[in-house]
Design a binder for this molecule. Structure first.
Ligand SMILES: C[S@@+](CC[C@H](N)C(=O)[O-])C[C@H]1O[C@@H](n2cnc3c(N)ncnc32)[C@H](O)[C@@H]1O
Length: 233
């Protein structure tokens, strides 16, 4: 079985359990709300702003985007996740176009989206697949369209743990860490500044914000670092 299939099956398992237990993420990511508010709340017709979420999971961000009046699309390679997203939006009378797709090869035409969003999804891929995902983002965004992503940084405490898949990507299937954030993930990629600068240089503008939180309990000190990444085509 390929690494991609193992990854997809893992996410299917996670979302199957979430659906059965009713315990899944119901709220949008704060920084996605901030990004959308800053950039698109003043748009004259929000329904003309096409927004794609890559790896939509439970649909928590899709629902927020629909409620704010945007034209919303969500993809996920997990069938269970997409079914959960459809269910979650149905309960709130929201409509989005949700489909099962791998972000390495999107079905949309060139220059289709005003916005592509990612919260903790792209970093669940290998360096090779991340290259393909950004080729696709660049292709499907309109000129002037924006990408905003929230991604793990190589300054996280967990960096380097687990089995190395490539220099920045690890298999955390057997990993138990202090915070447990990525434990059990078959693929977790920690972005370096150099890598993001290289990806960003393919766009007309890029902005990298590095967010570091440190959790300390007695002798345990656990830095959690995320990149908030903005690219403009
Ligand atoms: C940590 S969850 C985040 C879900 C959602 N973005 C949120 O904010 O709650 C990661 C999601 O990314 C999806 N994913 C990871 N790699 C993907 C890929 N290559 N193509 C499509 N979906 C992917 C997983 O199936 C999973 O639903």
């Amino acid at each position: 079985m390929s690494l991609g299939q193992i990854n997809r099956e893992k996410w299917d398992k996670i979302f199957m359990i979430s659906r059965q237990s009713g315990k899944y993420n119901k709220y949008p990511a704060e920084h996605i709300v901030v990004f959308m508010a800053k950039n698109y709340y003043k748009a004259p017709s929000r329904d003309k702003i096409r927004v794609l979420e890559i790896g939509c999971g439970s649909g928590c961000n899709l629902r927020y985007l629909c409620e704010e009046g945007f034209k919303v699309y969500g993809i996920d390679h997990s069938i269970e996740a997409t079914e959960l997203s459809v269910e979650y939006l149905k309960n709130s009378d929201c409509t989005a176009e949700i489909s099962v797709q791998c972000a390495t090869s999107l079905s949309y035409e060139d220059n289709f989206f005003n916005v592509c969003l990612d919260n903790n999804s792209i970093h669940c891929n290998t360096s090779h697949d991340i290259g393909s995902i950004f080729n696709e983002i660049l292709r499907v965004l309109k000129p002037g369209g924006k990408f905003f992503g929230i991604m793990a940084s190589d300054e996280c405490d967990e960096f380097g743990k687990g089995k190395k898949i490539d220099p920045l990507t690890f298999d955390f299937s057997q990993v138990k860490t202090f915070r447990g954030q990525f434990d059990g993930f078959p693929i977790i990629h920690f972005f370096s500044k150099k890598e993001l600068e290289e990806l960003g240089s393919r766009f007309s503008y890029y902005q990298l914000e590095h967010n570091l939180y440190t959790l300390e309990t007695g002798s345990n000190r656990s830095p959690l670092c995320y990149w908030f990444v903005e690219f403009v085509k």
